[in-house]
Design a protein around this ligand. Structure first.
Ligand SMILES: CC(C)(COP(=O)(O)OP(=O)(O)OC[C@H]1O[C@@H](n2cnc3c(N)ncnc32)[C@H](O)[C@@H]1OP(=O)(O)O)[C@@H](O)C(=O)NCCC(=O)NCCS
Length: 241
């Protein structure tokens, strides 16, 4: 079994391409999904989206079984009011999932809230969405940047904001303009809250990571003491590929 202390976050990554190209690979991964997951898989119409869904749910089941003696197909999950899946039964493991074209991610820790988000940083950046949804300080910071740097900063904010709302488990029920990120070279991202949102920056730790030339990733974890967390990143591929 792999060790995971109370001060670690392990982020697991996989390329969904394995699950699109190869029928044999797909069949073996499908064999560990639950009935609900198989139904969701079948509802995706595009092969690319099916591969992303399958890779994500293969990854979480396989990865969790590295930490506890439960078979990949035996994990059971319940979905919270706002859509976050959690392990049911006795386990101290917590996880969160994210996916996009070309990349799926699963962050795992013990006992505390965790959120992860991945986006394609080379994709189209809907900068006008920042004006509508981001905090005033983030909008001002974006406007103050040279045009060539705005797209990257937009995705920095986007992934960090998503990682926070996912760690809270509330998704878009949280107003995105009531918390703002402060990004300074060489320092971890900091979060600041509008008083209307009853939260404090000291409660959270963030980390950004560039897993590929095309993607950006952010992780958010709830601090339980002043020591903080160490983050590790591991790539996975099906053992039978
Ligand atoms: C659902 C949401 C939490 C994430 O959506 P997303 O960015 O499209 O998707 P991601 O790939 O990052 O994450 C999807 C996974 O998050 C998990 N998830 C779903 N709801 C969640 C919630 N409320 N909290 C935490 N995790 C959640 C699920 O595991 C889901 O995958 P699954 O359905 O295959 O199990 C929500 O934030 C959303 O709808 N976002 C839309 C994008 C947007 O407008 N962002 C604003 C920019 S700041």
């Amino acid at each position: 079994m792999r060790a995971l202390s109370n001060h670690e976050v392990h982020v697991h990554l996989a390329d969904p391409a394995y699950f699109q190209a190869d029928d044999g690979c797909r069949a073996r991964a499908l064999a560990i999904l639950s009935t609900d997951e198989l139904e969701r898989f079948a509802r995706y119409r595009l092969e690319r989206d099916r591969a992303i869904y399958l890779a994500t749910h293969w990854l979480v089941r396989t990865v969790l079984s590295d930490y506890e003696p439960t078979a990949p197909e035996a994990w059971r999950f319940a979905t919270g009011k706002y859509g976050r899946p959690e392990i049911t039964g006795i386990s101290t493991l917590r996880f969160n999932l994210s996916n996009t074209h070309g990349l799926v991610a699963c962050a795992v820790c013990r006992r505390v809230d965790v959120g992860v988000d991945v986006e394609r940083k080379t994709g189209f950046a809907p900068l006008d969405a920042a004006d509508r949804f981001f905090a005033p300080t983030e909008v001002a910071s974006l406007r103050g940047l040279p045009v060539t740097e705005r797209s990257r900063r937009f995705f920095d904010y986007w992934t960090l904001k998503e990682s926070y709302i996912k760690a809270r488990g509330l998704g878009l029920a949280l107003p995105l303009d009531q918390f703002a990120f402060v990004l300074e070279n060489g320092r971890s991202p900091r979060i600041e809250f509008d008083p209307r949102l009853d939260d404090h920056g000291d409660h959270w730790q963030f980390e950004q990571h560039v897993p590929t030339n095309d993607h950006l990733l952010a992780v958010c974890v709830r601090r339980h003491d002043s020591r903080g967390f160490a983050f590790t990143y591991d790539w996975h591929r099906p053992s039978w590929v």
